[in-house]
Unconditional design. Structure first.
Length: 486
């Protein structure tokens, strides 16, 4: 500091004797040096006065000149300070701009994360909660409320603070954004409310409010973007749920009213649609008495998870039943179904299993790519019934002949049929799930006369729960004869 003071005194003295650009260049050099040595404005100002007083300059050089007069010593000082302060001012400005950019990035990131999170659910309420979370993260210090469906505007107003309800008078005709302010305990409270346009029914509404700081133009633009995201998210969820409900109704209407069995044969079925938010597919089962007196059993699954799959499923079901009632064997019925359905189902192939069973125990099966049925013997041991398997139906293979399996079952034997929704689970191997199903079906022999329906419900509850990820169809058949075996 002492060396700087000495150099400052010399440069100032030289400038006061011969004012000019050369002297001011010296002041600029001192300003740059002060910046390097981390000297502040106050330190330079004090040093300047100290140098002038020590040098004993006349009053007209030290001070007490009219304010409008130019003072060489003051010019020198100001030049030093300008050079010293300019980089610091620029640095502060750059820091402010960088912080602002970081805030913008964080706000956009919150919107992006909300968009990705919405892919995990089709529940409108869950998606709306994610939108509220994104608003709270992207707009500092806000409280958030939202509403969807029904009297949406009245629902939103009920969720606002009482003071906000008075300030927010609702949306005018054609208006999608409302800005309002009211006096709060510590000053003004500011509110934004946006209507998210919807193609079906009233669009969802979202509101955000905070104390003190007014919403900037960037905040408003971000909030509008958030409302547009809300519109897409909620509309898609509502459309998905509408299509799912339609598919469930269609699928249920196509499932037959099956007989409880025939003489010497018991039958039970169970159908559970996929959980809300999941897609409904083309799973089905069918059971009917054939002209020969045998019981016809069909279970299948059409590729895809939408209302088209549910509709195509009905075509497959009718085709198999029609050829079965004409007297075709299981493999012949599937062959005929292949030729018929290939002409109108397009690329919607299906896995289909068709079997016939007589009360005597004679059993015939043809399996077009469907999960293998399970046989539970009289002792309660479950095993896979493999054989009679070929490729799925309607694969576009001309003159393809499906395989067939024939066997004779003992009295007390149970056959268990199911669709892949029972054994498929994300992150699990099919082999492991099949082993789990076999373990669940194995055990001590069930009491004679126990309803077969309990076996179906227990298997579904154990492997799929009450809200499976995919549709589940289950069908169980027991060869009961005329009484307990043995």
């Amino acid at each position: 500091m002492a060396a700087f003071e000495e150099d400052y005194a010399k440069a100032l003295e030289e400038y006061l004797r011969r004012p000019g650009e050369a002297g001011l260049d010296g002041a600029q050099g001192l300003g740059r040096r002060a910046l390097r040595e981390n000297l502040g404005v106050l330190e330079i100002t004090v040093l300047h006065e100290k140098v002038l007083s020590r040098a004993g300059h006349p009053r007209e050089l030290v001070g007490e000149l009219p304010e409008e007069a130019d003072h060489p010593a003051l010019d020198f000082l100001l030049q030093v300070l300008v050079v010293l302060d300019a980089p610091r001012s620029s640095l502060e400005l750059a820091r402010e701009q960088l912080a602002h950019r970081h805030q913008q990035v964080a706000q956009l990131q919150a919107l992006t994360e909300a968009s990705f999170k919405m892919l995990s659910t089709f529940d409108p309420d869950a998606r709306l909660a994610l939108v509220e979370e994104a608003a709270a993260q992207s707009l500092a210090g806000v409280s958030v409320a939202s509403a969807v469906g029904g009297e949406v505007e009245a629902d939103l107003i009920r969720k606002l603070p009482s003071a906000a309800r008075a300030a927010f008078r609702g949306f005018k005709a054609g208006e999608n954004l409302v800005r309002a302010s009211w006096a709060g305990g510590a000053g003004l409270v500011h509110l934004l409310a946006a209507r998210a346009p919807s193609a079906i029914g009233p669009g969802p509404l979202i509101a955000a409010w905070r104390d003190g700081e007014c919403f900037s133009d960037l905040d408003v633009a971000l909030f509008v973007q958030l409302s547009q995201l809300t519109s897409v998210a909620i509309t898609n969820a509502q459309l998905f749920e509408r299509e799912r409900e339609t598919a469930v109704v269609l699928q249920r209407s196509l499932l037959p009213i099956v007989p409880s069995g025939l003489a010497g044969i018991e039958l039970a079925t169970c159908y559970i649609p996929a959980r809300p938010g999941a897609s409904v597919g083309g799973d089905w089962f069918d059971a009917f008495e054939l002209p020969s007196g045998r019981l016809g059993l069909v279970i299948g699954d059409v590729m895809g998870h939408d209302i088209v799959s549910a509709a195509v499923m009905g075509q497959y079901r009718i085709a198999v039943r029609a050829y079965a009632l004409e007297g075709h064997s299981p493999s012949s019925a599937l062959n005929q179904m292949d030729r018929l359905c290939s002409s109108f189902v397009g690329d919607r192939y299906a896995t289909v299993l068709f079997a016939t069973l007589e009360s005597s125990g004679d059993f015939c099966l043809s399996n077009a790519g469907h999960p293998p049925p399970i046989v539970i013997d009289v002792g309660g041991q479950a095993s896979l019934l493999e054989g009679g398997v070929s490729v799925p139906a309607c694969m576009g293979l001309p003159d393809f002949q499906h395989a067939e399996l024939r066997a004779t079952l003992s009295v007390g034997t149970t056959l268990f049929f199911y669709t892949d929704g029972l054994i498929e689970r994300r992150g699990s191997q099919i082999g492991d799930r099949l082993a789990e199903l076999l373990a669940a079906l194995s055990g001590p022999p069930r009491p004679w006369g126990e309803p077969l329906k309990a076996l179906c419900e227990e298997a579904v509850a154990h492997l799929a729960g009450t809200e499976p990820e995919d549709d589940v169809c289950v069908m169980a058949v027991r060869l009961s004869g005329v009484g307990p075996p043995g």
